[in-house]
Design a protein around this ligand. Sequence first.
Ligand code: SAH
Length: 234
Amino acid sequence: MNYGEMTSLLKQRGIEISNETCVKFDQYLHLLVEWNEKFNLTSITSEGEVIEKHFYDCLLASDPTLMVNQNVADLGSGAGFPGLVWAIAYPTCQFTLIDATKKKCSFLEEVAKALNLDNVKVINGRIEQLPPELRESFDIVTARAVAELRILLELGTPLLKIGGTFIAMKGSQGEEELQKATHACRVLGLGEAKILHSELPNSDGKRINLYLPKIKKTEKRYPRNYADIKKKPL
Ligand code: SAH
């Protein structure tokens, strides 16, 4: 996929990406390829694949009507997916990118600096150990490829404000994971999910993105420590 194909496919979904924004994506792509020679940030490094499997995939999950003046957290952002991609596309929103791996956080900071993104903050730490002032402070919490949905929702829902949305980017197992998470949603204070099916045009990547509204406060005892969350998911 190239930038022209990406923008015209996104347009069909109501997502408008300007040429100036694509220039920034291209700077990001080159930094990603450069850093990847030293550190293993992603297994996807060919230009066309980065555009399709990282940029296009992340933008597809974004809802442009929602992405105005929002405070967004990206859990386990890795090399910036979807958080940094969204930060480039949606400059009126503030982004907090969280990752436990230091070198990934250094990369995120480097890209934010090189692209003059003043709407990005990076936290090198574990999601379940964030400072209490971040609790119920985000309008949107998102994640791609971090954990099974039940685990992910326990980690992230405490960070969401009531009225906010959890956007979970999932693959072909998205609906099965959602079914298994019925109890977790109820316990954590999430309402009924909206489900968006899509596909990546040049790969067999079936994408299922879930949009879960937070309707009730999450009890203080969540998130539990990581060992307990993993051993006994909600
Ligand atoms: N979202 C990115 C990266 C996925 S890899 C993408 O889609 O490409 C998963 C990332 O989550 C890793 O970088 C890992 O360090 C981070 N991670 C996993 N569990 C975490 C936790 N509990 N707290 C913070 N980061 C975590």
